[in-house]
Write a protein that binds this ligand. Structure first.
Ligand code: WT7
Length: 660
């Protein structure tokens, strides 16, 4: 990553303003240290206190953490609760039923608002509708929907009846969707006729139809369709039904399914470095607890905030900070269906100005692409918009380079708004290392310090602590309530991937490299240490992309690496050997396009390689191992400094050096 060196030399520091600190939920470093101490001295007491303060319990828990079957940790196990009750009913009972829960803006600018009470009524109806279809506790429901109020309702309705949802990002292919449906043995897919983004519509229902047509196991799977555009779609009368028709038939009272704290709330698939995507399973109470606590600590959420997390609901960020965290904390959350660049690259600033967004949470890749757009079109400069409602900015998904940080701070936040650079993962459920905006002095490019209760450390490959200033592997040494519980259907893989024996089997392995500053103890994330790529804040496995490429009839072999990219952080470069002669010139370009489209269709739109290079072979050792380090150097245009004497076929290097 190009970002590491400037980070280590960064000496700019930004202290919270007195005004911000005065009102903040954590108002100084000494409050932060007190919380850390409380957690260190009596970890059970600390988590129990938070869980009692922040959640509604139908039946109180008596046990806090059960470590007897580590790393399969259990939290608050004998407590009984319900997530939807905590997100909706509770606020209504506290007299906040009229408060706006969701403001939604569609791609073409139409706005919908729902109060907590109005949202509650729709969730109850849809929950009753799901029950009328025979769906109940523990059943799996796949949600393949655009960002919409109906998607939130679907998630909440599942939680209300104890069904386990799995949201699949609507950019994933029919095959990816199918694999998830099969892995989960889902009984229902909730989708939309179409999704509309950037002025273009895409038929999600057709992709669901295609996915189910791959089904050879005869899954008894129903399809519920939210009518977004009214487009013509194929209809299977015995299998398909309309969301609005189901909802209209129901009463608006629905007793929640009271579940144990450890009952699975959802499964969300994410890429691993080997094999098929992993179904990360989260539990009810621990997950919800941390989403509320981090809303309060990291986003310093206040009663009149309007909070916008730009992530799609198909990612963990959309789950924790688009839906669950904001609703559980009783916040007004803003949801946007569209893209940052439609109708122009000023759309986000325009939204902030019109809706008076006060907290804005996005990814570095978005910031970088808007910087670039601003450089060519002065009319969409953030200075042209009234962004005075903003009081806090957030960043997530990938390291933020100091230049982008400074632009965000100066041009968007006008030097008034702290930036919280939040490091976390699908598996962690919520933020892990992040500043507390009223307390932590900020350093561009650093996610600063672990949150109270989170025991982050940097170790070597044997699990031994490294001294500050030495780069190493990031681990979390103690369990926390929002942590992944297991991988759906694959507890062995869960243990191997996240609690490897090499590290003693007790540390959670994040999969990222990190370095800790000697002076401040601040953490800087240096990127993945495994075969995962991070493109525009989206995580992908090189293997996943390679296996899709080699599944194409023309392809004999493929290897995927990344190179740094100004906008997307990393960009995918694929080296491909065809079953026929190596193409050149126009033919190479045409075939590269074919393969790019293939990856888009077979895997995901976000996995399309930026560049494809063809060769007669790939650089291999005599034992046949592909030399990825060499490929990385080639992709980056770096001189080959490695010893290539073990290479079986050195001539291929020349051929692969240049893009066709
Ligand atoms: C990976 C997790 C939950 C966040 C959305 C992505 C990278 C995430 C940061 C950050 C540096 C970051 C890491 C991590 N990452 N946030 N603030 N600074 N890197 O979730 O798809 O599970 O990916 O994203 O590499 O391991 P994800």
């Amino acid at each position: 990553m190009p970002i590491i060196e400037p980070l280590l030399n960064e000496n700019r520091i930004f202290h919270p303003s007195v005004r911000f600190a005065e009102d903040a939920s954590i108002s100084s470093m000494s409050v932060y240290h007190t919380l850390c101490q409380e957690a260190a001295q009596d970890s059970s007491g600390f988590w129990a206190r938070l869980a009692r303060e922040q959640l509604y319990w139908k039946k109180a828990f008596t046990k806090v953490l059960d470590e007897s079957n580590a790393p399969f940790y259990k939290w608050f196990e004998d407590g009984i609760t319900n997530v939807a009750y905590n997100c909706l009913d509770r606020h209504i009972e506290n007299g906040h039923g009229d408060k706006t829960a969701i403001i939604f803006e569609s791609d073409d600018g139409k706005i919908k608002r729902y109060s907590y009470h109005a949202l509650y009524l729709r969730v109850c109806k849809v929950a009753n509708g799901l029950r009328s279809m025979g769906i109940g506790k523990g059943d799996r429901v796949v949600i393949y929907m655009p960002v919409s109020v109906e998607a939130v309702i679907a998630m909440q309705a599942c939680a209300r009846i104890g069904a386990i949802h799995s949201v699949v990002f609507a950019g994933f292919s029919a095959r990816s969707l199918y694999e998830r449906i099969v892995d989960l043995e889902a009984v229902l897919i909730i989708t939309a006729d179409e999704q509309v983004r950037g002025g273009k519509s895409l038929s999600l229902k057709a992709i669901v139809d295609e996915a189910l047509s791959m089904d050879r196991r005869q899954l008894a799977c129903h399809v519920l369709v939210y009518q977004r555009t009214g487009a013509e779609i194929n209809w299977h009368p015995t299998r398909d039904s309309w969301f609005h028709e189901l909802e209209a038939k129901q009463v608006d009272i629905c007793e929640p399914e009271w579940v144990g704290a450890e009952h699975p709330l959802f499964v969300l698939y994410t890429s691993g470095s080997t094999g098929k995507p992993k179904g990360v399973q989260h539990a009810t109470a621990g997950y919800l607890l941390w989403s509320i606590v981090t809303m309060k600590w990291v986003f310093d959420i206040k009663a009149n905030d309007i909070f916008w997390c730009t992530a799609d609901i198909g990612w963990i960020t959309g789950h924790s900070y688009g839906v669950y965290g904001p609703l559980a904390a009783g916040t007004t959350t803003f949801l946007f269906e569209g893209t940052p660049t439609y109708p122009d690259a000023g759309r986000f600033w325009d939204i902030i100005a019109r809706h008076k967004i006060s907290i804005f949470y996005t990814a570095p890749t978005v910031i970088r692409s808007l910087i670039k757009a601003t450089n060519t079109d002065e009319t969409i400069h953030p200075y042209r918009y009234d962004l005075s409602s903003l009081r806090l900015l957030g960043s997530v998904g990938e390291p933020i380079n100091p230049e982008a940080w400074m632009w965000y701070y100066q041009q968007v936040g006008r030097e008034r708004c702290p930036i919280v650079d939040t490091f976390w993962q699908t598996e962690t459920g919520g933020h892990m290392i992040a500043p507390l905006p009223g307390a932590t002095p900020l350093v561009p490019g650093s996610c600063t310090l672990p949150l109270p209760g989170i025991v982050a450390a940097i170790v070597d490959e044997f699990g031994h602590d490294l001294a500050a200033g030495q780069g190493g592997i990031l681990v979390i040494k103690r369990p926390w309530p929002a942590m992944i519980r297991t991988l759906w259907g694959d507890p062995e893989r869960f243990k191997q991937v996240y609690f490897p024996e090499e590290l003693g089997g007790r540390f959670y392995l994040a999969g990222d490299g990190a370095i800790c500053s000697k002076e401040t103890g601040y953490f800087m994330i240096t990127g993945r240490v495994d075969d995962l790529l991070n493109v525009s804040g989206h995580r992908m496995g090189t293997m996943e992309i390679e296996s899709v490429l080699v599944a194409h009839p023309l392809v004999a072999e493929a290897a995927v690496v990344s190179r740094p990219d100004e906008i997307t952080g990393e960009a995918i470069v694929a080296f491909v050997v065809l079953k026929r002669a190596c193409p050149n010139g126009e033919e190479a370009q045409r075939l590269a396009n074919t393969l790019r489209e293939w990856v888009g269709k077979e895997l995901s739109l976000i996995a399309k390689p930026k560049e494809i290079r063809f060769g007669d072979n790939l650089p291999k050792t005599r034992s046949g191992k592909i030399m990825r380090r060499l490929l990385r150097a080639l992709a980056r245009g770096e001189p080959i400094t490695q010893d290539t004497s073990t290479l079986d076929n050195p001539t291929v290097l020349e051929q692969l050096k240049h893009a066709q």
